[in-house]
Design a protein around this ligand. Structure first.
Ligand code: AMP
Length: 422
């Protein structure tokens, strides 16, 4: 039986990997401009880290983790997201005692046992940032602006930014009571999941996607009415930071995270028109998370963008920038006897940073020329008897069809001039 890639995973073939390199480069360059530095953490961690760091009542932990025992019977989990690992690393290396704030970014695969569909996979890729050590609301604004700048550098300007404040554990306590009291009379009308959420984590009923729940909770109390003075002021300053940068947003009361380690700012970005999975990224403050994971009381904020969904949105734009530019130089020995000479020149070009290729399939001269054209060669170098004896090469410019004699010591310069003229 033929073995295929596991459900929810896929290959990124060379014709597509240029897009991935492009998007990753833009993300990294933008984050670097905002003074974030890259961190790389393991792809698997102790299961307990995600139970604590993502939350046992979240769908990610209760239903979607790839968890397995290793040969020493330790429970390990393929990372479903990036924040918990960053927090673990920060604590493990005691970085909270150093220079503040700590600003990190990461990029790589994440794993969730989710139902695969367009824009949803079991192995997918996220680019994320985390900033630790400051509760300054302008840092929240900076993080949101960075996320939007990445979108705009990718040519994605048609997005919706949803914003909310979920307050601190103190104001949320009051809100939780209000919400429970409000939902009590019709809790039986909620979907099955929400009947459980209502007890464990009532705030999460608000962002349930089920229509039944939407209808049932119409007129629900909003969290902004329960914010304490500090949290109200924090939210006002985040909004001021965004407004100072002319960034528009939608205040969204439904954007909540029920767990105690989330605080204040919560945000999500949607790109309409890429299908049901329109959220391309989201994030927020998690001032209680470092403590929850065994570190000191240390604030943090971050976001994660989903690369697959961004690529979907970019495909919809049909962006010219994404086309693979795969031009090269083709070295063509006129006879089998000259293959070693061709091979030497090939290496010389490659060492000079020029993408170069030769034939490895025993093609005739004519077939080699055809092949060179197919793989996008802009220049073909012919090596024949005369060339070897007199130390020059015959260069054919594949676009102008012009042929010229180039001395060996001028080869790299001449080729670079031709390649850069395009
Ligand atoms: P989350 O970590 O759930 O807040 O997700 C952040 C972003 O990651 C989402 O907005 C999506 O763009 C992306 N994402 C999350 N889950 C998946 C998935 N299963 N497949 C593809 N992208 C995903």
């Amino acid at each position: 039986m033929q073995i295929k890639a596991p459900r929810g995973t896929y290959d990124i073939l060379p014709d597509d990997s240029g897009k991935w390199q492009f998007i990753e480069k833009i993300m990294k360059e933008t984050a670097e401009a905002y003074a974030f530095r890259e961190v790389r953490t393991p792809l698997f961690e102790h299961t307990e880290l995600f139970e604590r760091g993502v939350g046992e009542t979240t769908d990610i932990v209760s239903k979607e983790m790839y968890t397995f025992n290793d040969r020493a019977a330790r429970s390990l989990t393929l990372r479903p997201e990036g924040t918990a690992s960053c927090v673990r690393s920060l604590i493990e290396h005691r970085l909270y005692g150093g220079l503040m704030p700590i600003k990190w970014y990461y990029c790589g695969p994440m794993f969730r046992y989710d139902r695969p569909q367009a824009g949803r996979y079991r192995q997918f890729h996220q680019f994320g940032v985390e900033a630790f050590g400051s509760n300054n609301p302008y840092l929240d604004a900076e993080i949101i602006i960075l996320m939007l700048e990445i979108l705009s550098r990718l040519g994605l300007n048609e997005y919706e930014l949803h914003l909310n404040s979920v307050g601190c554990p103190e104001c949320r306590k009051e809100y939780r009571q209000k919400l429970i009291a409000f939902m009590e009379p019709f809790k039986k009308q909620l979907c099955k999941d929400c009947q459980l959420r209502y007890i464990l984590n009532p705030l999460r009923v608000l962002d349930c996607k089920n229509e039944l729940c939407h209808t049932a909770i119409a007129g629900y109390p909003v969290i902004s009415d329960s914010l304490c003075d500090n949290c109200r002021e924090h939210y006002a300053q985040v909004k001021a930071g965004l407004e100072a940068n002319s960034i528009s947003f939608i205040h969204d009361d439904k954007l909540v995270r029920g767990l105690d380690y989330y605080s204040n700012t919560a945000f999500e970005v949607h790109i309409p028109g890429i299908g049901a999975q329109s959220a391309v990224g989201g994030g927020g403050r998690y001032n209680g998370l470092v403590k929850e994971c065994g570190g000191p009381d240390f604030p943090g904020i971050g976001f994660a963008l989903g690369l697959e969904r961004l690529l979907l949105a970019m495909d919809a734009l049909n962006d010219k920038q994404l086309e693979n530019d795969y031009s090269c130089v083709f070295v063509l020995p006129m006879k089998k006897d000259f293959e070693a000479d061709a091979f030497k020149i090939l290496s010389h070009l490659r060492r000079a940073g020029i993408r170069a290729e030769k034939d490895y399939m025993g093609r005739s001269t004519k077939a080699q020329l055809k092949y060179a054209d197919k793989i996008g060669a802009r220049v073909v170098l012919f090596i024949g008897e005369e060339e070897i004896q007199q130390g020059f090469l015959t260069l054919r410019n594949m676009e102008s069809k012009e042929q010229l004699r180039v001395e060996n010591n001028e080869l790299v310069n001449t080729i670079n001039n031709i390649l850069h003229k395009f």
